[in-house]
Design a protein around this ligand. Structure first.
Ligand code: T6T
Length: 337
């Protein structure tokens, strides 16, 4: 089996590689894990805007890589960018950060809301204070508060995961989902896309979905309890980085070989698990492109030029067969810029 690019992969992904390379060459580090340093604008010529990127969680390589893409573009555009994020993917921890940022009234805020409902009021408050809002990665049930939303096509990614699992198990057997928590737009959509995609493979039987609260230890114990309940489980779809890490640990701890795993995201640990054969395919998003496009949309909104209400970035499907290809290597998330 050899997969290369996912269906949504195109110019966006190619551009993202360029953005990421620029990020790695810049002087910025992982602001989302250092608690919010800011980098002064170094170029430009016009007005220098102050922007903040509020990630879903600190230290997660998806958001680190998004921060690298955003920082590279901010430096290019002469934007002062500050990057912050909560310690956990949790609206009760993200809200105080949003409130503190609102008090500073930055020109624009790029934000990945940790809950599609609970984060609406704090984000609306930011907008009422005059900051332009760009939703990056996750979105809100009421996204009109934002000038632009930028993300992967998460429904399509979930469908792609179902098709990949169907191929891996020969079209029949029990399959399950390990998800993060309800209310996160991205992972809800991946789960929805996966369930839709299963309809194309009537031989697959869906035995359920469980939520790990973005905790890999919980994902590992969920995996072991799924195996105890269904010892003939054939495959698991893990909907994000930490779910994937936990599912891989759970399979190792259970000493279970032969269960096929397809995951969203491509952090360094996910790649190790792919190399070791515990995981069979990683659907890598393009977080650097999301960060870069987020800065561009915010600048356009502030300058009063045309913004794009919706931007969809691409995927790269990474398997052991194509892992050494330059496109796969470029799609692996970074732990620092
Ligand atoms: O999968 C990404 C992101 O797209 C999602 O919204 C939350 O989880 C990640 O950050 C990975 O941990």
């Amino acid at each position: 089996m050899r997969w290369t690019k996912g269906p949504a992969l195109g110019a966006a992904a190619v551009l993202a590689v360029g953005g990421l390379a620029a990020g790695c060459g810049s002087s910025s580090n992982d602001k989302s894990s250092t608690g919010g340093a800011s980098t002064a604008a170094s170029s430009g010529g016009g007005k220098s805007y102050d922007m903040t990127l509020i990630t879903g969680v600190k230290g997660d390589e998806f958001y680190v890589t998004m921060g690298c893409g955003a920082q590279a573009e901010a430096s290019r555009q002469g934007v002062n960018l500050n990057i912050q994020g909560p310690d956990q993917f949790d609206p009760s921890l993200q809200t105080p950060i949003v409130n503190a940022v609102a008090a500073k009234k930055p020109d624009a805020v790029l934000i990945a809301p940790t809950d599609s409902k609970a984060m609406f009021a704090p984000i609306q408050q930011l907008s009422s204070g005059g900051s332009k809002i760009v939703l990056v990665d996750t979105t809100l049930d009421q996204p009109a508060v934002a000038v632009s939303q930028i993300s992967s096509d998460n429904v399509a990614g979930g469908r792609q995961a179902a098709a990949a699992i169907s191929r891996l198990v020969g079209g029949s057997g029990k399959v399950a989902i390990v998800n993060v928590k309800p209310g996160i737009s991205t992972t809800d959509q991946r789960s929805q896309g996966f369930k839709d995609g299963l309809r194309a493979s009537p031989g697959l039987s869906f035995v359920g979905e469980q939520f790990d609260d973005d905790d890999p230890a919980r994902a590992a114990s969920i995996t072991k309890s799924m195996l105890a309940k269904d010892p003939d489980l054939k495959a698991i779809f893990a909907t994000n980085i930490l779910a994937a890490e936990g599912v891989a640990s759970g399979l190792r701890e259970a000493g279970k070989r032969g269960v096929r795993v397809v995951t969203f995201d491509a952090g360094p640990k996910n790649v190790e698990d792919l190399r070791a054969g515990t995981v069979q395919a990683l659907i890598a998003q393009d977080p650097a492109a999301i960060g870069r496009d987020g800065i561009d949309q915010a600048v356009a909104a502030l300058k009063g030029t045309t913004t794009k209400p919706r931007i969809t970035t691409g995927f790269t499907t990474i398997t052991r067969d194509n892992l050494s290809d330059p496109a796969s290597q470029a799609a692996i998330y970074k732990s620092g810029c």
